[in-house]
Design a protein around this ligand. Structure first.
Ligand SMILES: [Zn+2]
Length: 256
């Protein structure tokens, strides 16, 4: 018989209000993949959980197994609060894009150690991430979060870990070496002009930028020389891939 209570290392991806005083937290966990849990009384000022279950918090949890899909949180220990990321609007936006990527691509209660490690590494780097600036040092507006090289790098690595690494070396349909001017999520990679019907346009900056981000560790994402055009293309490729593959995984996860 499975033990009623268990411990796991986890990251809070999302937190939703439940009734007067409770919250439901959606978590990526090291040992069990995606789990959901109720934190009772967390919105009371006297809560023993305090501010330890905020989105992006990296925690060690004690849980009691529920009968349905939701477990109950019985204890929380902070491993890394990532308060520095929540206190800055740009970093928080980048962090939530990363959390959303994990929610989309890893919906099952199934451990994926490499995905979890990529997420925690990303959050550690996020705490010190500077806001992008213009040449004279003026901070750019926070709506650029989706084009941040660090989060584009995480999203590409998660596709890789999930088994959906885009094929970028030659046309994913016919194998032609190039030129490759499009990207098709359905075919699973870059495509030549002949197979570009319905594909997204893909610039040389976008193609090279993605290859460089996939080769470099997360910590070097800001040093691969991603151009604005490259970042826009990469964002479009990532969005299309997550919609196509994430939707597929959600459909298969909810069957049966
Ligand atoms: Zn082709």
């Amino acid at each position: 018989m499975a033990a009623r209570s268990f411990r796991t290392e986890a990251v809070v991806l999302r937190s939703l209000r439940l009734g007067e005083a409770d919250r439901i937290v959606h978590l990526a966990s090291l040992e069990h993949g995606r789990i959901g849990a109720v934190a009772r009384g967390i919105r009371k000022t006297t809560s023993k959980f305090g501010g330890r279950l905020e989105p992006l918090s990296h925690v060690e949890l004690e849980l009691t197994r529920g009968r349905g899909e939701l477990h109950t949180v019985t204890g929380v220990q902070l491993l890394a609060s990532h308060q520095r990321s929540r206190d800055d609007s740009y970093r928080l936006s980048v962090g939530l894009v990363g959390a959303e990527a994990v929610l989309k691509l890893f919906p099952e209660e199934e451990a994926n150690q490499r995905a979890f490690q990529a997420l925690t590494r990303f959050l550690d780097l996020l705490d010190d991430l500077p806001r992008p600036t213009t040449a004279d040092g003026t901070p750019l507006p926070g709506d650029r979060a989706a084009f941040e090289p660090l989060v584009l790098s995480l999203q590409l690595k998660l596709l890789w870990v999930a088994g959906y690494l885009p094929h970028l070396e030659s046309c994913a349909e016919c194998g032609a070496a190039g030129p490759l001017g499009g990207f098709s999520a359905r075919i699973g990679g870059a495509v030549c002009a002949q197979h570009a019907a319905g594909a997204l346009p893909l610039s040389p900056d976008g193609l090279q930028g993605m290859q460089a981000l996939l080769r470099a560790p997360l910590a070097d994402a800001n040093r691969v020389g991603l151009t604005d055009r490259g970042a826009r293309d990469c964002h479009a490729v990532v969005t299309a891939s997550y919609e196509f593959n994430g939707g597929f995984r959600l459909r298969s996860a909810t069957q049966g």
